[in-house]
Design a protein around this ligand. Structure first.
Ligand code: CA
Length: 226
């Protein structure tokens, strides 16, 4: 899952981003409205966290611009104001939720999970391919009924592969969804994680779930589907 955080208070932004990353999310940061808007319109995010008081372009303006192009991405507004009119204005402009500053990370994380869960509810929660099972709500992964322990990042990568089962995914597509811009020059990180996943998911099983497509990338579930 990839999140965009648009927040001009750099200390707050960095601390939120670090906390979200330790929960397994890829997080891109933008420190003003213009850059936030550019990111939002360029990359496919699963969630956008948007501060209201921003330099260059105000957050409520950024919200309108994003909504005009993308009706589906959940947007959580961060606001220092707490007036009823502001809230009504945000919801009318297409925000999904808002949080009044100051807030704790725990509070933010609850909102983030709720918004992502709502988004997931409209999609499949359990991905099943032969003896492989991945539950997107609980993050429990099983093969032949045996539970497989994964790190947050391994899970994020596996989920992206499994959602796109049967489709060839290039390293840069994988990078873009599972990692954030701070990893942009480390394309071999994908191969490193794929190797780890193979050890956990495929070792000891006859049908391999992760296949390499020479020169293109990886495909999940191909042998099992064919
Ligand atoms: Ca601000």
């Amino acid at each position: 899952m990839r999140i965009l955080l648009v927040e001009d208070e750099q200390k707050l932004a960095n601390s939120l981003a670090n906390n979200l990353r330790s929960e397994g999310f890829a997080v891109d940061l933008a420190f003003n409205g213009e850059s936030g808007k550019d990111h939002a319109l360029t990359y496919a995010y699963d969630l956008i966290i948007l501060d209201v008081m921003l330099p260059v372009i105000d957050g409520s303006e950024v919200l309108k611009i994003i909504r005009a192009k993308n009706r589906n991405v959940p947007i959580l507004m961060l606001t220092a104001r707490d007036s009823v009119q502001d809230k009504v204005k945000f919801f009318e402009a297409g925000a999904d939720d808002y949080l009044t500053k100051p807030f704790s990370f725990a509070e933010l994380f609850v909102r983030v999970k709720a918004l992502l869960r709502r988004r997931l509810a409209s999609q499949v929660d359990v991905i099943q391919i032969e003896d492989f099972e991945l539950d997107r709500m609980t993050h429990i992964v099983k093969r032949a009924k045996k539970r497989i322990d994964l790190s947050n990042k391994e899970y994020a990568l596996l989920e992206y592969l499994a959602i796109n089962a049967g489709r060839v995914l290039s390293r840069s597509m994988i990078m873009e969804h599972v990692w954030d811009q701070s990893f942009e020059n480390l394309t071999n990180i994908v191969d490193v994680y794929i190797r780890q996943l193979r050890t956990k998911i495929d070792e000891g099983y006859k049908a391999k779930l992760i296949s390499t497509v020479r020169g293109s990338g990886y495909v999940f579930g191909k042998e099992a589907i064919d």
